[in-house]
Design a protein around this ligand. Structure first.
Ligand SMILES: C[S@@+](CC[C@H](N)C(=O)[O-])C[C@H]1O[C@@H](n2cnc3c(N)ncnc32)[C@H](O)[C@@H]1O
Length: 670
């Protein structure tokens, strides 16, 4: 049953007056019955009490037997549905909580905090983080904001699979804390159900004498906000035997998140004192706290707000992580990760970070940016199929941004001399009134062409190599009408029309132009002599006459350059200033000649492509692709030779280029 249908199921039960405790027990009983275990709700309640003592009894009351018929038909009913039922229950209460915030001076108290933060982690994320963090059977694990125990149950199963004993897991390896009694009790209830289910198998497979009555959940603790200065698991002064006073080999969580506006004054000030690098919001403080709870060589796995990856407010937290920890994996998961949080509200990031005494610059980590999808399953599939790039941790130090990692080879490239050292990159003409001054060639009298109207090159989006000139601009007497209009419109320019009519000295010259706005990355085209270029088609003019413009055109259109420009400016606006900063790789003479010849051919083919018969188009596109690939390998080869890269290093650069292409195509869809 998809999550939304489960919400309707829970909603129906609630409307019929079913009590939460009774519903949860009934679900647990149905789950056990489906697996051949005949327990009553009361037996189960006693068992849970025995295992967890008082922590449990506060949260869930002894159940009245009820029957939940709908489930008997649902064979896919999984154990985590018990916890999810509570999440849905809380979700249905949210409108009341919203209304209460309005009357509570917009600041959240303990009850509201619990109400607002019961948003649980989807299974595919839990599995990913558990697999990456719980690496051997003797590992200790904690979720310091466990809710109903998605991570707890998965970590338990994983430890069992790795061969750990139930007794060790429960008595010393697995810990969970939360401020919500009900959630913690449901976590215990689900774990008890799993124990009952596993009981017989474990006795057989591990030869253990599993006495369920003798087990104790010492590490499952309810945390009181009152006694922790509002901090809950963020509090650092627990008694030495408390589960939050030790460290763990795996710390896994999805921390609570509430906007800063909603945090009470008291909590704000406690956060500032305790988390000087991460006081801005609750999830940042949790990230910091979880790193403290991680032991040396242990791993912290978390799904959290993607804003932690690049908002300036979290700069020092990121700096601390990059400088002092080893990154294992970062997944920029985007929106729609949480089925009950609608639309584009929450952008998530999935992080796995290792604590170490030795942070080496040579460490690499895996990075993945998931596409924007509206269906949860697509993301899960994408993560499993792993569109991951391996990147150097060192590369992050340049910007301390975790969402824009770059391999060190790219940083080498970025240190080379840039395009503006031998070419002028100029913004084109802005007429201030295109409707009046710019026309299509076919709309002006032929005999006025070259007298009043002159060829005008406008932006051509993603078109590369060649675009036909289709427009003309009124440039009679060196643009007299345009300049007069500018002077009238902007009297404060004191007659200096050239502040708007820019770079006149470059009009009619040959060069290379590029589109100002292009969703497929930047595209460069030949600018033939005899035309004026528009602000939407800014242009490059070679100052060094020894450089063949066709060679430069081929170089600029190579995948490496396009990726570099996309990195320099990830938006779809290709600014003149960004193009100026493009690094120029030294390329041997024979390769320059080959690139120029290819560019020449590509210009011709692009022209033919526009005029050819449809049946020839495919063949021309193939020829274009072959030549462009040849250019790519010449440029990459030059970069490799220049920096003496190994094949591995070269491949890293190639992967990075592909990865930027994916990002660029995603950005264009946003
Ligand atoms: C987003 S839920 C995550 C639950 C679970 N880890 C999961 O991923 O499914 C956050 C949990 O944090 C708990 N919580 C909120 N503030 C807390 C605090 N200061 N200390 C400990 N737990 C807290 C909430 O009660 C809630 O159960």
């Amino acid at each position: 049953m998809p999550k939304r249908s489960w919400l309707s199921f829970v909603s129906k039960q609630k409307k019929q007056g079913v009590k939460l405790d009774d519903l949860l027990y009934a679900l647990a009983i149905v789950y056990l019955q489906k697996r051949g275990f005949d327990w009553t709700g009361e037996d189960l309640h006693q068992f849970c009490l025995g295992l967890s003592g008082n922590n449990f009894s506060y949260g869930l009351m002894k159940p009245e037997p009820i029957s939940v018929r709908v489930l008997n038909d649902d064979n896919s009913f999984e154990l985590k549905k018990i916890g999810h039922t509570y999440e849905c229950w809380r979700h249905l209460d949210r409108p009341q909580f919203q209304a209460r915030i309005q009357t509570a001076n917009k600041q959240i108290d303990a009850d509201l905090l619990i109400g607002f933060t019961q948003i649980y982690t989807p299974d595919w994320v839990v599995r990913y983080l558990v697999d990456k963090s719980v690496l051997a059977r003797d590992k200790t694990v904690i979720d310091p904001a466990c809710g109903t125990g998605n991570f707890v149950l998965s970590a338990f199963d994983r430890l069992i699979d790795l061969g750990a004993s139930v007794k060790d897991i429960l008595n010393s390896q697995l810990c969970a804390t939360d401020i919500d009694q009900t959630a913690l009790s449901i976590c215990t209830l689900s774990l008890c159900v799993r124990l009952i289910e596993l009981g017989a198998d474990i006795v057989q497979n591990q030869g253990q004498n599993l006495n369920l009555d003798k087990l104790e959940l010492k590490g499952f603790r309810l945390i009181s906000l009152d006694q922790t200065n509002e901090l809950g698991s963020l509090y650092k002064d627990f008694s030495p035997e408390h589960p939050l006073s030790r460290t763990y080999q795996a710390v896994l969580t999805n921390p609570p998140y509430i906007g800063r506006r909603l945090i009470s004054k008291k909590l704000k000030s406690a956060l500032k004192t305790n988390f000087p690098n991460a006081y801005q919001d609750l999830s940042a403080a949790f990230l910091s706290r979880c790193l403290e709870l991680t032991c040396i060589n242990g791993r912290m796995g978390m799904i959290t707000q993607a804003s932690l990856l690049d908002l300036p407010a979290f700069d020092s937290l990121r700096r601390e992580i990059i400088d002092q920890y080893n990154l294992v994996s970062i997944v920029d998961a985007g929106t729609n990760v949480f089925p009950l949080v609608s639309g584009d509200k929450v952008n998530s990031a999935i992080l796995v970070i290792e604590k170490t005494t030795e942070v080496t610059d040579s460490r690499s980590f895996e990075f993945c940016k998931l596409p924007k999808v509206s269906v949860e399953i697509d993301k899960a599939g994408r993560l499993e199929n792993g569109l991951f790039t391996r990147l150097d941790q060192k590369s992050l130090k340049v910007a301390y941004r975790l969402s824009e990692p770059v391999p060190s080879e790219i940083l080498q490239l970025l240190s080379l001399p840039t395009l503006d050292s031998f070419a002028s990159i100029k913004q084109g003409l802005a007429t201030t009134d295109n409707a009046r001054f710019v026309k299509r060639i076919c709309d002006v009298p032929k005999d006025e062409i070259g007298i009043r109207w002159f060829p005008y090159v406008k932006g051509a989006g993603a078109t590369r190599w060649y675009a036909p000139v289709t427009h003309v601009v009124d440039w009679q007497n060196n643009g007299e009408r345009i300049k007069d209009t500018v002077r009238q419109k902007y009297p404060y320019l004191n007659g200096k029309a050239n502040w708007v009519v820019k770079n006149e000295a470059y009009y009619f010259k040959p060069g290379i132009c590029f589109s100002f706005v292009s969703s497929k990355g930047v595209s460069f085209r030949k600018l033939f002599a005899g035309a004026i270029f528009d602000v939407g088609a800014s242009a490059i003019f070679l100052e060094d006459v020894s450089v063949d413009p066709d060679f430069l055109l081929a170089y600029l259109n190579s995948s490496l350059c396009v990726a570099l420009l996309q990195y320099i400016n990830p938006t779809i606006n290709n600014q003149v200033g960004d193009v100026r900063r493009l690094p120029i790789i030294p390329i041997e003479h024979k390769d320059r000649v080959a690139l120029a010849a290819n560019a020449n051919e590509l210009i011709k083919l692009s022209q033919i492509k526009l005029e050819c018969l449809p049946e020839n188009r495919e063949r021309i596109l193939q020829s274009i692709e072959i030549l462009e690939k040849d250019n790519d390998s010449i440029v990459l080869g030059a970069a490799k030779d220049n920096f003496n890269w190994t094949l591995d290093e070269l491949n890293r650069v190639k992967t990075w280029c592909q990865f930027r292409e994916v990002i660029s195509s995603q950005a264009s869809k946003i």
